[in-house]
Design a protein around this ligand. Structure first.
Ligand SMILES: NC(=O)C1=CN([C@@H]2O[C@H](COP(=O)(O)OP(=O)(O)OC[C@H]3O[C@@H](n4cnc5c(N)ncnc54)[C@H](O)[C@@H]3O)[C@@H](O)[C@H]2O)C=CC1
Ligand SMILES: O=C(CO)COP(=O)(O)O
Length: 333
């Protein structure tokens, strides 16, 4: 299959390499011509994956129209808040048969929309031509060809299966799912929970606190998912608990790292400078909280993370607030 991957950040480049290793014709769009040049000539992306050898068959261009020409599939991997404006510019170059796959794990702040919803609206695509890929996929590990699995979700099972076949390699094992809502929510909320586990790590609160945040974080993800129509079993899968574990436990996670910086006393501006790559949870947390409030769902961890990233709470006050909540049954809606 012919894939266009937009753009050449950590995850876009990595998934493009997976697709190239799986035998596809892949053209990556890099905003900066020097990155396209480095991928084409030196087979590396020094800005996002320094030291990683990329497949020789992987090609790049700084022209999005060239990347999209004749593409069977357009894969989008840019910061969630920039999707609408970029896709509006790219949409005229999408062929009417081209499928669109979102790799993004965020929620649009102004609208509370998931990435597949923004794609559907902005590019006026039928939902059957949209898929999302989500799972425990720390880019650098996959770029080094360490084994990983993921989930490709689409309401069109045939599309999900075609993408599964096209992106399977000896080190990358995609599963299919029809629960687009659950897969996207799992990916977006785990970033917020990773910020929380980072805060706890920065405060030196220990592994029990991390396990507490991950488990209760999954509970609040599932509560929101239930009202938005997700299948609760999705949260027991790779795009749910799988991604939560990888992101909340790994020092490679930008969200966890961002939270750790805050927990150690940096301001949000300082943590943003220190974390050069995208930490989606910082902007998506508020959108998720608004979504939860609109549906009368309690998300206490998300709520304190929003307080910290909006500089209304210190990290230690956030921990204190969570531990002093009124007693609850473990399962509540
Ligand atoms: N890095 C990872 O391990 C994984 C990341 N993701 C998700 O993939 C998405 C992209 O993340 P990464 O590739 O990691 O980010 P990154 O920060 O490594 O790369 C971002 C890419 O988007 C481009 N970009 C930045 N601002 C832009 C704008 N305003 N307009 C157009 N392009 C812009 C950059 O040039 C770069 O190519 C995020 O939603 C993230 O949550 C999902 C799974 C794994
Ligand atoms: O989504 C990821 C792993 O699955 C990457 O997480 P970070 O964006 O926090 O690095």
């Amino acid at each position: 299959m012919r894939f266009a991957v937009l753009s050449a950040g950590s995850w876009g480049t990595t998934y493009a390499a997976v697709l190239a290793d799986a035998g596809n014709d892949v053209l990556v769009h890099a905003r900066r011509p020097e990155i396209a040049d480095a991928i084409n000539t030196r087979h590396e992306n020094p800005s996002y994956l320094p030291g990683v050898r990329l497949p020789h068959t992987l090609r790049a261009t700084s022209d999005p129209a060239q990347a999209l020409a004749d593409a069977d599939v357009a894969v989008i991997s840019i910061p969630a808040q920039s999707l609408r404006a970029n896709l509006a510019a790219w949409a005229p170059h999408l062929d009417e048969r081209t499928a669109v796959v979102s790799l993004m794990k965020g929620i649009e702040t102004d609208t509370g929309m998931r990435m597949s919803e923004v794609i559907q609206e902005t590019a006026a695509l039928p939902v059957e031509r949209i898929a999302v890929l989500s799972g425990p996929n720390l880019a650098r590990e996959i770029a080094m060809k360490n084994p990983a699995a993921s989930v490709i979700a689409s309401s069109d099972e045939e599309l999900a299966q075609a993408l599964q076949a096209a992106s399977a390699t000896p080190y990358f094992r995609p599963y299919t799912n029809t629960d687009v809502v659950g897969c996207e929510l799992g990916g977006a909320v785990k970033n917020v929970i990773a910020l929380a586990t980072g805060l706890a790590t920065g405060l030196g609160l220990g592994d029990n606190a991390t396990a507490l945040l991950m488990t209760r974080g999954l509970a609040e993800t599932a509560r929101l998912g239930a009202v938005l129509g997700a299948d609760p079993l999705t949260f027991a899968g790779l795009a749910g608990v799988g991604d939560l574990v990888a992101t909340c436990a790994s020092p490679l996670s930008r969200n966890r790292t961002f939270g750790t910086h805050l927990g150690r006393g940096m301001t949000v501006a300082e943590a943003t400078t220190a974390t050069s790559q995208t930490a989606e949870g910082v902007k998506s947390a508020g959108a998720l909280l608004s979504l939860a409030r609109r549906h009368r769902v309690e998300m206490p961890i998300t709520e304190v993370v929003v307080g910290v990233v909006e500089a209304q709470l210190t990290a230690s006050k956030a921990a204190e607030l969570l531990m002093s909540r009124t007693p609850k049954p473990e399962m509540y809606t």
